[in-house]
Design a protein around this ligand. Structure first.
Ligand SMILES: [Zn+2]
Length: 183
């Protein structure tokens, strides 16, 4: 990544971040599809334009490029960076302020999107480009699968759970209170 782009080119770069079928995003989609998961893309009415929307699991997946979204880069001030994994997101030395500012903007926008989704009951999963390298993709996607299933159970089986708790809760609660001396 260099800073040799004209401002107009840069702008185009940035505005296309979410609209392209990026290669990392395709890897995620193919994995999900092969494992029987169905999803939708560019769904209208879902805030933050997630890359992949899985309505059945009420889960929004963002596949983030490590550079553009500043993986492991904590931007504190416009020029001060904490880089935990410099292999992941290397800020160019030239025009550093420009890039730092861009990445910070993206991070802030990401956080806003995640928050709105979560407030509306969506699970937000962020998958980083580097987690999709051949050595890691299987492990990453297995974690995604676990999170999908867990959230599904948590969200959609509330009624069933509440019923089970009704039957079991009373004696258990009484015993625990006595044992631990909690008032
Ligand atoms: Zn990364």
């Amino acid at each position: 990544m260099t800073d040799r782009l004209t401002p107009a080119q840069r702008h185009r770069c940035m505005s296309h971040i979410r609209s392209k079928n990026t290669k990392p995003e395709l890897k995620v989609r193919h994995w999900l599809w092969r494992h029987g998961y169905r999803y939708r893309l560019n769904v209208k009415g879902v805030p933050g334009k997630p890359d992949i929307v899985m309505r059945k699991y009420r889960t929004a997946i963002f596949v983030n490029g490590c550079f553009w979204h500043g993986h492991n880069v904590e931007v504190r001030h416009s020029t001060s960076l904490q880089i935990a994994n410099s292999e992941c997101c290397k800020i160019p030395k030239t025009n550093r302020d420009f890039w730092v500012n861009k990445i910070r903007c993206n991070q802030e926008r990401d956080q806003r999107s995640y928050k709105v989704l979560q407030e509306n009951g969506w699970q937000v999963l962020v998958i980083w480009e580097c987690q999709l390298k051949p050595a890691f993709i299987e492990q990453t996607m297995c974690q995604v699968e676990v999170l999908l299933q867990e959230y599904y159970l948590q969200t959609f089986s509330r009624k069933a759970k509440a019923y089970i708790h009704l039957e079991e809760d009373m004696p258990m609660a009484a015993e625990e209170l006595a044992e631990y001396g909690v008032e």
